[in-house]
Design a binder for this molecule. Structure first.
Ligand code: UFG
Length: 320
């Protein structure tokens, strides 16, 4: 198959490109950054409709994977324009170009942020969607646009609602690096490696067993395998829908730090700080739908494996 991966140079997108190339597919990456994997790269902003028209008419893609978005909740509150412009308007530009070119299948990176403060856990796909920040609202807006684009233009899509993407390529080639880094596991491992003084825990007074927030960490390689199954589902005629992607296991911030201490054997200095705005106490997925409809079976459900792979990558590329 021939696939376009938008945002294929990013953390999750690069793992996807590797997965698709390994499975023998032809992959073109559209990104403003050069991808690590894959020789076919187009430096393109998807807000550029003419550029997209040229790209989509040059290749006859079987489907598009769309990973390109801004992902920082706090920044989305401070600068919502940036998030609506990129995550919503640029995605609309991509959808329009796909309709013009007759490319009718899309896999969209959505988020657990569409649910807002959970009314119950584990969270299934039926849970009310009441996002509590512009980032979550941008993802939910796109999901609703996708339903309308299916009804009106026959563009079928799968929205994959990630819980906490984590870990690194088990082969050690790819890993997680955001600038600035705001995600828990890379920050903990940078502290373990001595690249930062300490890690700060936001909030000790949540209604959880140890008072710190609980999250469902899902290995990035398992996210990639779910996307591959999702595109097969669409190619087989599957209807537009959304799936949660998580392990259904919740780990507190404190448990993640303890696991990192065990895996790395290093001292990790911890500071305490007040709660971070907009953090729900507990986010845990019910991903039964992805398991039963897509046949998805995550391979790295243990937090030890997730942290071990991230640590191996941290040690391999300490200069970045
Ligand atoms: N945390 C700390 N200290 C830090 C960083 C994080 O204590 O320095 C805590 C957070 O408060 C949270 C947990 O660690 O309780 C995980 O935080 P992350 O920032 O790693 O991840 P989030 O749960 O905030 O965010 C994830 C995705 C986002 C997405 C969000 C909602 O990374 O892209 O889920 O779905 F928006």
């Amino acid at each position: 198959m021939k696939y376009l991966v938008v945002g294929g140079a990013g953390y999750i997108g690069s793992h996807m490109v590797k997965h698709l190339l390994h499975a023998g597919h032809e992959v073109v990456v559209a990104d403003l950054e050069a991808p690590v994997q894959g020789l076919q790269w187009v430096c393109l902003d998807i807000a550029d409709g003419h550029g997209l028209d040229t790209l989509l008419s040059d290749y006859h893609f079987d489907a598009v994977f769309h990973f390109a978005s801004f992902i920082q909740v706090g920044e989305s509150v401070a600068d919502p324009d940036k998030y609506y412009l990129n995550n919503v308007c640029a995605t609309l530009s991509l959808l329009e170009a796909m309709v013009r070119a007759g490319v009718k299948r899309l896999i969209f990176s959505s988020s657990a942020a569409v649910y807002g403060d959970p009314e119950y856990v584990p969270i299934d796909e039926q849970h009310p969607k009441v996002p509590i920040n512009p980032y979550g609202r941008s993802k939910w807006m796109v999901e609703q646009m996708l339903e309308d684009f299916d009804r009106a233009y026959g563009l079928r899509s799968v929205s994959l609602r990630y819980f906490n993407a984590a870990g690194a390529d088990p082969d050690g080639q790819l890993g997680e690096c955001h600038l600035p880094e705001t995600h828990l596991i890379p920050l903990i491992l940078q502290a373990a490696a001595g690249r930062r003084e300490s890690v700060t825990v936001f909030g000790h007074d949540y209604d959880t067993a140890d008072g710190t927030c609980v999250r469902d960490y899902i290995h990035v390689a398992d996210l990639a395998s779910a996307h591959a199954l999702a595109v097969e589902y669409l190619l087989a005629g599957g209807a537009t829908t959304a799936f949660n992607l998580g392990n259904g296991l919740g780990f507190s911030v404190q448990e993640v730090i303890e696991t990192a201490r065990e895996v790395t054997g290093r001292t990790i200095k911890v500071n305490q700080a007040p709660r971070r705005a907009g953090d729900p106490p507990r986010l845990v997925a019910d991903a039964q739908k992805a398991r039963s409809i897509l046949g998805w079976q995550p391979g790295f459900t243990s937090l030890q494996d997730i942290v071990r792979h991230a640590w191996a990558w941290e040690l391999k590329y300490p200069w970045r």
